[in-house]
Design a protein. Structure first.
Length: 324
């Protein structure tokens, strides 16, 4: 079933080097279908950790919508919830026309989202925060129901013959990641363990998973919650001399290749390109036509969908372009 002038809007923290400028250049190069509405500025603020390529796909979708809608897109990110909230506050201070934000840790974002709304700036959510977007007064939400995705994942594992799995969480306190593992555990008929790793330190991720597999040879499947971690888990399986399989949430083009060659069993696709595109486009539609996707009551779901040997070749065509 799963967004001030150029000189003025300089978001602090981990602002992307290829956010606003790249989007502006793309807008200048756009031709057919480009909006002729007055230029607006949208801040897209996520909890992206350094090196997590999932967010490259989200950003590509956001940039495509920005180019079409004559929007100046400014992208910034920080995995630390307090820092992410500061980035949103910077966008509020610069009086942007709209904000799209992820809610990996909703409680930390509540105050600043309220300030945005008090300032008359529309805010939409994407990717993380399906359970909280309405409580925070946001206009819309675009993403997948992580609990439902986890439950579907558990059902899928039951068809693979898995008996004991370890679910690897790369960021403690991230509600969406926790919901995924909880969902898997709810429907998987075998034994489930949870393993926490430091997602910002990939060598540490590799060694931690390796140690777990060496410690418990009965683990037959490693479940990861992001493509880079799945690819690292494949290395860990080799390091440990384990026969465990690897299955994951989320895609990138390297992960698609891994499904093709059989080193990854399957993946759940929440369509991050679509999340970025819809979140930015929604802010344009709200400003210039008063539209609410989902009527402002229901989220717009972009996943989950499974990618495995049966359909991976078709998905690979798009993944090679960096849009899946």
């Amino acid at each position: 079933m799963a967004v001030a002038a150029a000189a003025a809007l300089t978001l602090a923290g981990c602002a992307s080097a290829h956010g606003g400028k790249k989007a502006e250049e793309a807008a200048q190069n756009a031709s057919a279908g480009k909006a002729n509405t007055p230029r607006m500025t949208v801040a897209l603020v996520t909890h992206q950790a350094p090196g997590d390529t999932f967010w490259d796909t989200v950003r590509k979708g956001a940039e495509a919508a920005a180019a079409k809608d004559n929007i100046k897109l400014v992208y910034s990110a920080d995995p630390n919830a307090g820092n992410q909230a500061n980035l949103v506050q910077n966008a509020v201070d610069q009086k942007v026309d709209g904000i799209a934000v992820t809610l990996a840790k909703p409680d930390a974002m509540k105050g600043v989202i309220g300030k945005a709304e008090q300032s008359g700036i529309p805010v939409v959510g994407l990717n993380s925060g399906l359970s909280d977007w309405k409580k925070l007064g946001m206009l819309e939400f675009f993403g997948q129901d992580e609990s439902v995705a986890g439950e579907a994942f558990g059902d899928k594992l039951n068809t693979t013959g898995a008996k004991k799995i370890v679910c690897v969480i790369q960021e403690q306190g991230n509600v969406g990641l926790t919901q995924r593992c909880d969902g898997v555990q709810k429907t998987f008929k075998g034994t489930t363990e949870t393993l926490y790793v430091n997602g910002t330190d990939m060598p540490s991720v590799r060694s931690t998973i390796t140690a777990k597999l060496k410690q418990d040879s009965s683990i037959d499947t490693v479940v990861t919650l992001g493509a880079p971690f799945a690819l690292t888990a494949v290395q860990s399986v080799g390091d440990a001399g384990s026969k465990a399989k690897v299955a994951t949430f989320d895609l990138n083009k390297d992960l698609v290749k891994a499904v093709q060659n059989g080193s990854i069993e399957f993946a759940v696709d929440q369509q991050p390109y679509l999340q970025g595109y819809l979140a930015v486009d929604a802010l344009w539609l709200y400003k210039y036509n008063g539209n609410y996707s989902g009527g402002g009551v229901q989220p717009v779901l972009t996943g989950p969908a499974f990618v495995d040997k049966s359909n991976v070749d078709k998905v690979a065509e798009f993944a090679a372009k960096g849009t899946r």
